[in-house]
Design a protein around this ligand. Sequence first.
Ligand SMILES: NC(=O)C1=CN([C@@H]2O[C@H](COP(=O)(O)OP(=O)(O)OC[C@H]3O[C@@H](n4cnc5c(N)ncnc54)[C@H](OP(=O)(O)O)[C@@H]3O)[C@@H](O)[C@H]2O)C=CC1
Ligand SMILES: O=CC(=O)O
Length: 291
Amino acid sequence: MEVGFLGLGIMGKAMAMNLLSNGFKVTVWNRTLSKCEELVEHGASVGETPAAVVKKCKYTIAMLSDPPAAISVVFGNDGVLEQMCDGKGYIDMSTVDADTSSKISKAITEVGGRFLEAPVSGSKKPAEDGQLIILAAGEKALYEEMLTAFSVLGKKDFFLGEVGNGAKMKLIVNMIMGSTMNAFSEGLALAGRTGLSPETLIDVLGLGAVGNPMIMMKGPTMLKSNYSPAFPLKHQQKDMRLALALGEENALAMPVAAAANEAFIRAKSLGLGDQDFSAVYEAVKAEGLKQ
Ligand SMILES: NC(=O)C1=CN([C@@H]2O[C@H](COP(=O)(O)OP(=O)(O)OC[C@H]3O[C@@H](n4cnc5c(N)ncnc54)[C@H](OP(=O)(O)O)[C@@H]3O)[C@@H](O)[C@H]2O)C=CC1
Ligand SMILES: O=CC(=O)O
């Protein structure tokens, strides 16, 4: 199977690499073209523009940072739409809101193309290990044609119906993740303030129901102030913002998520946007010191 791949950030690079090592022919493009080099060493071809990739490939996957990036790669100069035509499939795996996804879907299908949104849950390591959870929605037949690729990229896929449902599910999952990370950060900070050992807190959590995989994996690195990015904090804040907008559209107040979003915004203003999202712990500690 030959696929195009647009966006070689933390996730896209790992996903494209997985496809290559499982026998797919992959043509890659990235805004910063130098990031294609490592993939080329592993057998990928390079498309000069998103349009060139779509021209060459029947199926093109995108993994881009946020709604403006997803929109610009489709609608911009030399963008996806310029070569989209009958029978070609576009699979957007970026985390965006349902409106962005619907706008892209409409434009692609209006020129005869086929669209699937397929955001993923799981971070850098699951992407490297082909263990993502894929939340697909859109054209069912295209979903079925992509199952071979999804079985390489993920451990489980869900087909959730109409365009927008994958985006919504992903934002809800990440809203829970961001809120949990904040509660955990406050717990670590409070343990420290009260003279308890944060390391012991993690041990205690690990023995009970509250010690989820995220806490157990991130806790020890947070205590070492190691925030090497697996999931960049700026993307987690984007997801909180989009989830809060989804809450507003559906008349649901989400004060816990709103408070977590504020903490991520504070962390960004401390220059932590490109660090791992667990760096919100630094913002929690800094805020605590002010009081
Ligand atoms: N990291 C993670 O753990 C997970 C991330 N996600 C989601 O996946 C997506 C990608 O995440 P991740 O790989 O971590 O992000 P990165 O920040 O590592 O990569 C972002 C990618 O988007 C590209 N990009 C950004 N802006 C533009 C633009 N205006 N035009 C064209 N390309 C652009 C970047 O290109 P360039 O290299 O030129 O900057 C890069 O290829 C995000 O939506 C994120 O929320 C989902 C699950 C897990
Ligand atoms: O979107 C991030 C993730 O870990 O999933």
